[in-house]
Design a protein around this ligand. Structure first.
Ligand SMILES: [Zn+2]
Ligand SMILES: [Zn+2]
Length: 223
C-alpha cells in the first residue's frame, strides 16, 4: 500500500480563498477517483495545514496589483520535512502505542509513505522567474532520493462553481500522482494528457487510459 499525504499550505492571507472543509472534499474525491481507476493500493491521507514561515514571504508587482508569493524551494523543503515527520509518526511509532492503533504492525510494514502533495493558493517563485500564477496548469514535482514532493497551485483551477473547482483540482492531483509513478504525458483521452486550457481540462474524464494505468501499476511494482 502506498500512502500519499495531502496538505493545504496556507498563510493568513490565503485563508479566505477557500472555505474550511474544501481540502477534505478534495481528499475524498481523489480517493474516490483512485478507486474508480482500480488503484486500491494508493491511498491519500489528509494532513493538517502546513504553514510557511512568513520570513520567506515576497511581494510581487503584477498588472493587477501586489501579490504575495513564496519561493518554490522553501515550499518544497517545508513539504519534505513535513513528509519526514508524518512518516515517523505513521511508520515508526513506539511499540506500546502501536497496539492501540487501527494499523497492525504487520500492515504497517507493508506501507510505503514517500509522497506528499501540497496545495497552494499563492504564486510560487523560482529563482527570478515568476510562475504564471493564473496561466500555469498542473503542478511541479521534485524528487529527493526516493521521496516525491508535489506542489499544485489551485488558482488556475478557480471557478465560482465549487463542484467544477473541485473536479479540476482533483484531476490535477491524479495527473501529478501519475508523474510521481514515472508516467509521461499521453495523447489519449487520459488524465495524463495536459490541457490546452481550462475548458479542455473540464472535458477530460478523471481516468488513466489503459496504457498509462498498466504503466503506473508496473512502475509501482504491483504487476
Ligand atoms: Zn504533467
Ligand atoms: Zn494515458
Amino acid at each position: 500500500m502506498d500512502i500519499i499525504g495531502i496538505t493545504f499550505i496556507t498563510n493568513l492571507m490565503d485563508e479566505k480563498i477557500i472555505e474550511d472543509g474544501f481540502i477534505l472534499k478534495v481528499y475524498e474525491k481523489v480517493n474516490e477517483y483512485l478507486d474508480l481507476n482500480d488503484l486500491h493500493d494508493i491511498r491519500l491521507v489528509l494532513l493538517s495545514k502546513t504553514s510557511i514561515d512568513p520570513i520567506y514571504r515576497m511581494s510581487l508587482e503584477t498588472k493587477t496589483g501586489e501579490v504575495r508569493a513564496y519561493p518554490l524551494n522553501v515550499v518544497v523543503d517545508t513539504l519534505y520535512h513535513r513528509l519526514l515527520e508524518e512518516r515517523e509518526d505513521l511508520l515508526w511509532e513506539p511499540r506500546e502505542k502501536a497496539q492501540n492503533e487501527e494499523i497492525s504492525p504487520v500492515e504497517r510494514n507493508k506501507l510505503r509513505f514517500n509522497k506528499i502533495i501540497g496545495i497552494v493558493s499563492f504564486p510560487l517563485v523560482d529563482r527570478n522567474n515568476y510562475f504564471g500564477y493564473y496561466e500555469r496548469f498542473l503542478g511541479i514535482q521534485k524528487r529527493k532520493g526516493e521521496k516525491r514532493i508535489m506542489v499544485l497551485s489551485m488558482m488556475p483551477f478557480l471557478s465560482v462553481n465549487e463542484r467544477v473547482f473541485l473536479d479540476r483540482i482533483t484531476k490535477g492531483i491524479l495527473h501529478e500522482i501519475g508523474h510521481s509513478y514515472g508516467l509521461s504525458h499521453c495523447e489519449n483521452n487520459c488524465v495524463m494528457h495536459p490541457p490546452k486550457n481550462v475548458d479542455d481540462w473540464d472535458l477530460r474524464k478523471p481516468h488513466f487510459c489503459p496504457k498509462c494505468l498498466a504503466e503506473l501499476k508496473g512502475n509501482a511494482g504491483w504487476i
